[in-house]
Design a protein around this ligand. Structure first.
Ligand SMILES: [Fe+2]
Ligand SMILES: [Fe+2]
Length: 304
């Protein structure tokens, strides 16, 4: 019948598969209707954009998520929905189980998400296969970075940069040989110099795929306030705020994760270590913003 569209058996206009699957089901004028499928335990974030008219609507068809609303975490299940319009801060959520969501937007976003993510999601998948630690680490660093940035009340553009740069900050480790990356004994200077190239590699991979800012931020994630970092030995405000935030989130996650060559530190001793290096390696307000967010989540005790 004219005007009727029946779509059966997983028929869709287009689909992009990566760490999540996004299928474009229908579009008319500016409206797009999509199906978003996520595996369990995946963090995700919706970042403020430049388009105040864009409404994004998510209806949970299957599964369960936890969404962060200011300082509260809200669990949502099948039949629940949320939508965002003109948000000023990044909204983050995490899937608890394999989750399917109907995703409807009032402006076209599919092609944007597609170009941003298709190649990059493949890259993330590749880094997951190569090194599960780096992959999970990227997700956790994104989670911490987004929380720090929202605690600091930073602008929409900065939030957007942080959400993307933090997720991809270590993808350049794909190019570091496994025997160096997974070495359990101490590294020679030469090996360490090799590992140090990963921030430049990450930045080169990302060049031209997002706004160039993202590549620059990623390149700076191992720079330190006093100039002792790498690759350029930048000092103080020569490093972007986004990179300074990722540096703190990255160091905290590295310390609190088990690695082949050492056991994880507790959140308390990792925070002590970060605080010991305030002003030399790390920016004070960023470390304190992370501390507040960990206290609010019950990960750190109050008055630590
Ligand atoms: Fe790194
Ligand atoms: Fe890292």
């Amino acid at each position: 019948m004219e005007g009727l569209f029946i779509c059966k058996d997983d028929k869709y206009i287009d689909q992009v598969k990566g760490t999540s699957i996004l299928s474009l089901l229908a579009r008319k004028d500016d409206f797009e209707i999509m199906l978003y499928e996520f595996k369990a335990e995946r963090p995700n974030s919706i970042t403020p954009g430049n388009n105040a008219d864009l409404m994004e609507f998510y209806y949970i068809l299957e599964g369960e998520i936890i969404i962060n609303d200011d300082d509260k975490s809200v669990k949502m299940k099948k039949g629940d929905y949320f939508y965002v319009n003109n948000i000023k801060e990044t909204v983050s959520f995490r899937t608890l189980a394999d989750t399917k969501m109907l995703y409807v937007t009032s402006q076209p976003v599919y092609s944007l998400l597609y170009t941003y993510t298709d190649e990059l999601r493949n890259l993330l998948d590749k880094s997951e296969q190569k090194d599960v630690y780096t992959y999970n680490h990227g997700n956790r660093v994104q989670d911490y970075s987004v929380k720090i940035s929202s605690k600091l009340g930073l602008s929409g553009d900065i939030n957007y940069n942080i959400a993307l740069a933090s997720l991809f900050h270590d993808v350049g480790k794909c190019f570091i040989p496994d025997e160096i990356l997974n070495k359990t004994s101490s590294l020679s200077d030469e090996e360490f110099n090799y590992i140090k190239k990963h921030s430049t590699y990450s930045s080169e991979i990302l060049q031209g795929k997002f706004v160039d800012d993202i590549a620059m931020i990623v390149e700076q994630h191992h720079e330190r306030l006093n100039g002792s970092g790498y690759p350029k030995g930048l000092k103080g405000d020569e490093t972007r705020i986004e990179a300074k935030i990722i540096a703190v989130a990255d160091s905290y996650d590295a310390m609190t994760s088990n690695r082949a060559y050492r056991n994880a530190s507790t959140p308390e001793s990792a925070m002590e270590e970060l605080k010991r290096h305030i002003g030399t390696l790390y920016d004070e307000k960023i470390v304190l913003a992370l501390e507040i967010s960990l206290i609010e989540e019950g990960i750190l005790a109050k008055n630590n």
